[in-house]
Design a protein around this ligand. Structure first.
Ligand code: ADP
Ligand code: MG
Length: 498
């Protein structure tokens, strides 16, 4: 689907805004010293503050503040020197405080932007900048478990009080493909910055997806005037936790809204859930039932006032981000745009490549990582961090090619051995006699014998030099693929063509 949705009477366009909740990478929670480690026993990571015992007071974790600012800087956003924590009041069994500490009126980060890159195959025809409205910091809630006991529900407060960043986009996203590309790029940047692990399966990243539809032309009017009245009424799909589900939810929801409007109905602004099994969205609550959160500044916390120098220092120490890395790979290493973008698109891949690169030929290293390694990993359905061949081992193979110890062809055999059995490539080549033969005397002898045994074939080469390839193949076969290809070609040319 593009941004168009087919209705009975004509075409509609979809408009999307995402609120992404990203768990801040810190070892302690936002307002307590309890650990945030994943996979702990239920209620093992809970301090008295997280359990909201009477008289407990929150103390802001500076590391969470640093990470939120670094995220803002990585998204070219305005950092607000003054921000305030507000109480968002509601009752739920996984929220012992009876309110969530969040930031409504004065978020820590203001407007920023994120570039999604053209990717024809992924349905993104050209580069596009998506506006970011704001980023605020807030607490996560606990988790109810309904499947542990026949008549009771349990509560696990390990997540209670963990720091989240809510990253709110402008309604600049215009198709399911763009939504997926936006979240994917956002995740890459967060991972490069080290501010969020980005693992959607562990709940480190989840999205509330706002969807509306409008007639062609209306969105342009909204952009000109900034007036939301030109857009359709939106529905918000809560807590979607995979790129595929985000796309499916948008597709379903846009069509649902078009169908209602085409029947002469109206869209109620409501909160919906995506049912991944059925592939549909379902109503959770409507605007009329929507909570009145009675936001007010948390009296237990002072406003957060930052110094310019604090931010300047964080800015000066930001790591290289994907766009910069890609540019450097092209300009300084001479890689193709394609190779550079594949390698820079993921932090783990980039890290792997840079280890293979150390002191080696960039193009050769890129080729081995992008083609041989990724090809093999894809075939086995493995991610780069699960590679049985370490960057040191792959680097060792590349070194052996560079110093002509082995040919590219033998290198593939070495790669297979390392993949299956592990070990040091140089040692494997040594032990198994895989070294390339560059001894021209040995190659010459094989060639002389072959020419003597195949005089007709040799005559043919004189008329048609292209047929020399047959001899190259024979020499290689004779020498178990270990002859230096360049030497073989040179000697053959000398002997057959003079
Ligand atoms: P709330 O905090 O109540 O959810 P916001 O105004 O902060 O409301 O908007 C939340 C998200 O909804 C933002 O990402 C915004 O871009 C998006 N949004 C707002 N209006 C629309 C619309 N008409 N269609 C699609 N998305 C929208
Ligand atoms: Mg919302």
């Amino acid at each position: 689907m593009s941004n168009l949705v087919e209705g009975r009477t004509g075409e509609w366009e979809v408009v999307i805004g995402l609120e992404v909740h990203a768990q801040v990478s810190t070892s302690a929670k936002l307002f307590s010293g309890a650990p945030t480690a994943f996979g702990a026993d239920p209620n093992a990571n809970v301090s008295l503050v997280d359990a909201a015992m009477p008289g407990m007071l929150p103390v802001i974790n500076q590391e969470c503040v640093r990470q939120a600012i670094r995220t803002g800087l990585g998204l070219n956003a305005e950092i607000n020197l003054f921000s305030v924590f507000d109480r968002k009041n509601y009752f739920y069994a996984d929220l012992p405080q009876g309110y969530q500490i969040s930031q409504l009126y004065h978020p820590i980060v203001g407007e920023g932007q994120l570039l999604i890159e053209a990717d024809e195959k992924a349905g993104i025809p050209e580069d596009k900048v998506i506006g970011i409205e704001r980023i605020h910091v807030e607490q996560d809630a606990g988790k109810l478990m309904h499947d542990q006991h026949p008549t009771m529900s349990y509560v696990d407060l390990n997540r209670s009080g963990v720091a989240l960043m809510e990253i709110v986009s402008k309604p600049d996203i215009r198709s399911p493909e763009e939504a997926s590309a936006y979240v994917s790029k956002l995740r890459t940047i967060l991972r490069y910055l080290g501010t969020c692990g980005g693992d959607m399966e562990k709940g480190q990243l989840r999205a509330d997806v706002n969807v509306s539809v409008c007639k062609p032309g209306a969105y342009e009017k909204f952009r000109e005037t900034g007036d939301f009245k030109h857009l359709g009424t939106r529905c918000e799909i809560k807590n979607v936790n995979s790129l595929r589900f985000i796309m499916q939810a948008i597709e379903y929801e846009a069509q649902r809204q078009v169908d209602i409007l085409e029947e002469g109905g109206t869209i109620d602004q409501e909160t919906r859930l995506f049912d991944a099994n059925a592939g549909v969205t379902r109503s959770m609550r409507s605007k009329e039932e929507a909570h009145d959160y009675r936001y007010f500044p948390d009296p237990d916390l002072l406003p957060l006032v930052l110094e310019d120098s604090f931010i300047a220092d964080l800015k000066a120490n930001l790591p290289e981000l994907p766009a910069e890395k890609r540019k450097r790979f092209v300009e300084e290493l001479g890689l193709s745009e394609y190779d550079a973008s594949v390698l820079a698109a993921d932090k783990d891949r980039a890290d792997y490549f840079e280890k293979v690169l150390e002191g080696r030929d960039p193009k050769l290293a890129a080729n081995w990582v992008n083609n041989e390694l990724f090809g093999r990993l894809n075939k086995e359905g493995l991610g780069i961090t699960e590679s049985p061949v370490s960057p040191e081992q792959l680097g060792g193979i590349v070194s052996l090619i560079m110093d002509k110890t082995i040919s590219g062809k033998i290198a593939k055999d070495v790669f297979e051995i390392v993949w299956a059995e592990g070990g040091d490539p140089a040692q494997i080549v040594e032990d198994r006699g895989m070294k390339q033969v560059t001894d021209t005397g040995a190659i010459e002898k094989v060639i002389d014998d072959l020419i003597a045994a195949n005089p007709e074939q040799a005559e043919k080469v004189k008329e048609k030099p292209k047929t020399m390839g047959w001899f190259v193949g024979q020499v290689m076969k004779e020498m178990g693929g270990k002859a230096n290809p360049q030497a073989v070609n040179e000697i053959l040319a000398k002997k057959l063509l003079g």
